[in-house]
Design a protein around this ligand. Structure first.
Ligand SMILES: [Fe+2]
Length: 586
């Protein structure tokens, strides 16, 4: 099914960058035709939209089991020294990371880590198939997941390689192989296409957004549908493999993150699940860059308080390129979009390194070059489902004002296993200059879809029902609005525009400096003539929102970020300790 946005993008991009006015006219013409034909897709300018809930389709199962490890999508298909689990990630605009695994992981009572210096990390590449004359070399590492308890097994990984290709041309198709040429152990030839360089006239064609994917039959459906939509970039917003649902023996240990492992001294993981997930993703991410950010399922605590060992070793992310000292938060550009990927499971307080990095990163954004500013992190700030309701209120209170001041256009999260799109808002109030928050934690993992809302009768959780895996809780009743004096709304909140409990993924198509089409695809709709998901044009309005303006526009209008009060700088007054936080606005 070809989306209307694809046709629209082709029209607009045909007209730009040399004929921007023609592009704008075509955009208006296209939207007008759609409106006349009755097929109009709403724009964010039509909002705020009245809250709408689509109930869970009870004819569908709420979840599915993981694929067995002998499933053809998960088995290792190359000899030990050959690359597998090949994946791409964006670096700086003319650079790209290529990652893969060689050798055999081990799991048992005693394991001996492989020597990562025994296999070279090479990528051979070029712009003609079969003529791969350029070579880049990188580094390799192994990680271990150790549990020093009687009866538990330890794991040590295969050799994980990361190579950074530099000096790539934009919008160019490259062919590549990876591996060790001295061992005659290079992969089969693959290809990728670089993204356009940062510019207000250049955008990736389609950006897939998914969260909480896992490795179930529903996950397979989601991944297949993402591939059908032919994205040029994939955002994976945390909770990737769900390896920590299993015992070290591979037996099922818990059905959910908060569930106990009753007969185990610790929260176990089955790390071969990660290798299976790497094979599962390879058909897509060896051709399309995947940008990951950590979720709670990536914490994976082990001996000596080590956390995130698998996440940190397996994924190359542009943290150093973006000035971050941690893979748990970073930023990157994709055409005229600046993405910030935030860590919900690492210090987010205003005195911490992540906040300082974020502040510096946002101040460096040049919206003359990258008009769009999009953020992503795993646990949502705005969520009307009972599951994880207001769980990361502390993170929101620390960071929301900064994102608002700098005019974030949209923010994507996962964690909640359902879909929800918010009206533009700031600090729990509708605000036409605030971001559009979207939750897409409905990738299809083994924990099943979330169907209960916090405003359903008797379903308002207490703060102690939503304890985050990192940080404190910041409980408070609302002081203003429809829910004043309460912890939950009695009906779907006015900021929640659309919510539905179904598995799926989203596609973002940025068309120009002001318009982007967002489409949420429900898995059960694929192959159907009617699209039953959710679609909206996200429209930026720098003409009326000072926080969205470019430096040039601010100069022309003599506005600066520090002039935005009271619209943008509503101060929060903290009364008492964080755990009994009450706040009010000046
Ligand atoms: Fe999560």
């Amino acid at each position: 099914m070809k989306q209307p946005g694809i046709l629209l993008q082709q029209l607009v991009c045909w007209a730009c960058p040399h004929r921007p006015r023609l592009g704008a006219l075509l955009l208006l013409l296209f939207l007008s035709i759609l409106a006349v034909s009755g097929a109009a897709i709403p724009t964010s300018l039509d909002g705020p939209f009245p809250p709408k809930t689509v109930a869970f389709d009870t004819s569908l199962p709420r979840g599915s089991e993981d694929l067995p490890h002998w499933h053809p999508r998960l088995v290792k298909r190359v000899p030990s020294i050959f690359p597998e689990q090949i994946a791409l990630a964006l670096s700086s605009p003319d650079c790209l990371w290529v990652s893969w695994v060689t050798g055999d992981a081990q799991i048992g009572p005693e394991v001996a880590p492989l020597d990562p210096t025994t296999v070279a990390s090479e990528v051979h590449y070029g712009i003609q198939s079969g003529n791969l004359t350029w070579v880049s070399r990188g580094s390799a590492e192994v990680y271990s997941q150790r549990y020093p308890y009687e009866g538990l097994l330890n794991y040590t990984s295969g050799i994980i390689h990361h190579v950074r290709l530099q000096g790539l041309a934009p919008d160019t198709k490259y062919y590549y192989t990876c591996g060790d040429s001295a061992l005659s152990a290079l992969s089969e030839e693959r290809w990728f296409k670089t993204l356009p360089h940062p510019s207000p006239n250049n955008y990736p064609s389609r950006i897939a957004v998914a969260g909480d994917l896992g490795l179930t039959y529903n996950s397979s459906s989601t991944l297949d549908h993402i591939m059908t939509n032919e994205p040029s970039l994939l955002l994976m917003i945390g909770d990737l493999s769900y390896a920590n649902q299993y015992l070290t023996t591979g037996s099922k240990g818990a059905s959910c993150y908060s569930c106990e492992f009753p007969n185990s001294p610790t929260r176990e993981t089955y790390q071969p699940h990660w290798d299976a997930w790497g094979r599962f993703m390879e058909p897509l991410v060896s051709t399309v860059p995947m940008m990951v950010i950590e979720g709670n399922h990536e914490i994976e605590s082990q001996v000596e308080n080590v956390t995130f060992a698998s996440y940190n070793a397996r994924f190359a992310v542009p943290h150093q390129e973006s000035g971050s000292g941690s893979k748990l938060y970073y930023s990157f550009d994709a055409g005229g979009i600046h993405f910030i990927m935030l860590g919900g499971y690492v210090d987010y307080n205003r005195t911490g390194e992540q906040y300082l990095w974020l502040k510096n990163d946002l101040e460096r954004v040049n919206r003359d070059v990258t008009p769009w500013l999009i953020a992503a992190w795993h646990p949502p700030w705005y969520n009307s489902y009972s599951s994880h309701y207001r769980e990361v209120e502390c993170m929101r209170l620390e960071m929301e004002a900064l994102l608002y001041e700098h005019g974030v256009d949209a923010a994507f999260s996962g964690h909640v296993h359902a879909y929800e799109r918010c009206n533009r808002l700031y600090d729990y109030e509708l605000n036409s200059c605030g971001p559009i928050y979207i939750t897409v934690g409905d990738g299809g993992n083994i924990e099943k879809v979330d169907v209960v809302h916090a405003d359903d009768d008797g379903q308002c959780p207490t703060p102690l029902d939503s304890i985050p895996e990192f940080g404190e809780i910041c409980p408070s009743n609302f002081t203003t609005g429809q829910a004043a004096g309460k912890y939950c709304w009695d009906t779907q909140p006015e900021w929640s525009a659309f919510r539905e409990a179904s598995f799926g993924h989203g596609i973002l198509e940025v068309l120009n400096a002001t318009h982007a089409l967002w489409t949420w695809h429900r898995n059960q709709d694929f192959g159907q003539a009617e699209h039953g998901g959710d679609q909206i044009y996200i429209v930026r309005t720098p003409d009326v929102c000072p926080n969205l303006r470019t430096r040039k526009q601010r100069r022309l209008r003599d506005t600066h970020l520090h002039d935005l009060e009271p619209v943008c700088k509503r101060k929060l007054n903290y009364l008492g300790s964080k755990n009994q936080l009450v706040y009010s606005k000046e």
